[in-house]
Design a protein. Structure first.
Length: 190
């Protein structure tokens, strides 16, 4: 278990969507969920939400990242695909960009839920009248119950190994930081 925590510890952060799925929002086998984004956090969130039995689709724009998502067993699509508005019961913005929230709002059905996981600096221009007219629930999500996340990692329901590009010696930190700009995740070892 020590190795699991050391190698996957930083990846327990998306546990909160699991708590949302477990009670705050009704996500179950009949739910349709779109995860908007294709970065490391989006891939983790997609895997966590898949454990609810929901039909989870990850929408992104990078072929390499979408291949990893597909290899993890997620249904994938391009975020620019012509997907009809109001197609999903729940959408999760994990893009890290203001446009991701706009896309998540477009894709959620009336009386559906948009989970806002992205954090970024600055203002986010969002047209809110559709949320009011369509009675959309907006939920902020940051971090959650780490014990539940570690359990999913320990049982293999959530995989992190495909997200680790490389491990670097501490003295090679400059190369590690350079690689981190374009890879899902890199790790430093003492």
């Amino acid at each position: 278990m020590k190795s699991l925590v050391i190698e996957a510890g930083p990846d327990t952060v998306p546990a909160h969507p699991m708590r949302v799925a477990g009670g705050d929002i009704d996500i179950g086998p009949r739910a349709t969920v779109a995860v908007v984004g294709d970065g490391r956090m989006a891939l983790l969130v997609g895997q966590v939400l898949r454990t609810t039995g929901a039909a989870v689709t990850l929408l992104g724009k990078h072929d390499r990242k979408l291949r990893v998502a597909r290899d993890l067993g997620l249904t994938v699509g391009r975020s620019t695909d012509d997907i009809p508005p109001s197609s999903f019961d729940v959408t999760v913005d994990v893009t890290g960009r203001p446009a991701g929230l706009t896309r998540a709002m477009e894709l959620v059905r009336p009386r559906g839920t948009v989970v806002m996981k992205s954090t970024f600096h600055g203002e986010t221009p969002v047209t809110l009248w559709p949320a009011i007219v369509d009675e959309i629930t907006l939920v902020g999500s940051r971090c959650g119950p780490f014990a539940d996340a570690i359990a999913l990692l320990a049982t293999g329901q959530v995989e992190t190994a495909p997200l680790l590009a490389a491990t670097y010696a501490l003295e090679d930190f400059e190369a590690a930081f350079a690689a981190a700009r374009s890879e899902f995740k890199v790790m430093l070892r003492p």
